[in-house]
Design a protein around this ligand. Structure first.
Ligand SMILES: [Zn+2]
Ligand SMILES: [Zn+2]
Length: 399
């Protein structure tokens, strides 16, 4: 592995920063302390800082030479509302909050790159290091864009990275095109007419209607969308009734829809609405149909993905870069940045879990697991990737 020596020598400082952030997790748009840690380090390294973009977002501006070219590197800073099981010294000091997705590590890796680029970086142009809030459901990336990220920091491409538990340390995964899914939620209320359970003929039974809708919806996946296209429709909650001898007035269906394209999403939402409305009408009931689009699909741009793969191969070697990694139905708000700018998002292997305390919590060390911990071995690997990517994108001789 070809890591950058000064970054490797800076490992213990980066680990200290990472563990400090891990011990003080902050939720969506509350990342004040974390933003302070980021900004104070950048400023100590003489990097100009923009603050408060997207509430708590921070951008460091690293300029070299005379070129007007620019590239963006993005990390996320927020934690999750869950209780940490780990008992090591840097475990969360705040009940009910935890860095279980490794955003502490993402922040530290990007700081490591910024530290090196400001001191030794060989490039001509501007590298924007973007620290965004609220990835976990708060659409912090979108908020930063709405706050003028790409106008205030004009850049030709933007890059993202997420740790991936289960993939060995020193490996990367990426694919052109869709890599993560759109994330959407629905809530459908069937309004019927309640009655005594022994007199069903006096009711419009909302439970029967809800069950028919639930069954029929699965035909959208199997009969409406192309079998080649991916799509998930999961009903995760059904609520109705309160007594064994009462037919209730209404029933509620709640769940999530995931797709890799907006075309399939449009189709699924429309068919869900049609099936719900017409099924209810057939039984004399009515529906309230609510469908909320959270994150769009994350779609890597082909040219920037090929470029990132080349950079990665030079660092960890060709066999350690899976350039056609299997997409996941998880979602990620970096998708908003890739809708606005060309770019690429990669997975960096976080190892199998041997780096963390064992013996509590089930499973290996999956993301959002109460026993998860970001693997500090990645810090110099991720930071080296960021540096080599920025230097190659803004190569002084690129003209
Ligand atoms: Zn995450
Ligand atoms: Zn997460």
């Amino acid at each position: 592995m070809k890591l950058i020596d000064p970054i490797v020598e800076f490992h213990s400082e980066l680990q200290a920063i990472r563990r400090n952030i891990h011990a003080h997790p902050e939720l969506c748009y509350e990342e004040q302390r974390t933003a302070d840690v980021v900004a104070q380090n950048l400023e100590a390294w003489k990097i100009p800082v923009l603050r408060g973009m997207g509430v708590t977002g921070v951008v460091g501006v690293i300029k070299r030479g005379t070129s007007s070219r620019a590239v963006g590197l993005r990390a996320d800073m927020d934690a999750l509302p869950m209780q940490e099981f780990n008992t090591f010294a840097h475990a969360s000091q705040h009940d009910g909050k935890m860095h279980a997705c490794g955003h502490d590590g993402h922040t530290a890796m990007l700081l490591g790159a910024a530290h090196y680029l400001a001191q030794h970086g060989t490039f001509d142009g501007t590298v924007y290091v973007i620290f965004q809030p609220a990835e976990e459901g708060g659409a912090g990336a979108k908020k930063m864009i709405e706050d003028g990220l790409f106008e205030r920091c004009p850049m030709e491409a933007v890059y993202g990275m997420h740790n991936w538990p289960g993939a060995p340390v020193g490996t990367f995964g990426v694919t052109p095109g869709p890599m993560m899914a759109s994330s959407n939620e629905f809530e459908v209320i069937v309004r019927g007419k309640g009655s005594h359970a022994a007199q069903p003929h006096k009711s419009v039974d909302p439970i029967m209607v809800a069950v028919q809708i639930a069954q029929s919806w699965q035909t959208i996946v199997s009969r409406n969308k192309s079998p080649i296209e991916a799509g998930v429709l999961s009903i995760t909650q059904i609520h109705a009734g309160s007594a064994t001898n009462v037919i209730p007035d209404d029933a509620k269906l709640v769940g999530t829809v995931r797709t890799f394209t907006l075309e399939v999403l449009d189709l699924m939402e429309q068919r869900m609405r049609d099936i719900a409305t017409h099924t209810a009408a057939a039984f004399g009931a009515e529906v309230e149909f609510r469908f909320k689009r959270n994150y769009p699909p994350l779609i890597n741009h082909a040219a920037q993905t090929a470029f990132a793969v080349e950079v990665l191969q030079q660092i960890v070697g060709e066999p350690n870069v899976n350039a056609q990694v299997e997409p996941t139905m998880g979602s990620e708000d970096f998708a908003f940045m890739l809708q606005a700018k060309p770019g690429c998002y990669v997975f960096i292997g976080n190892g199998g879990g041997e780096h963390r305390d064992m013996g509590h919590g089930l499973g290996p060390c999956n993301l959002h697991n109460p026993s998860y911990d970001f693997n500090d071995d990645l810090l110099p690997i991720g930071a080296t990737y960021w540096v080599r990517l920025a230097e190659a994108a803004l190569a002084a001789d690129a003209g």
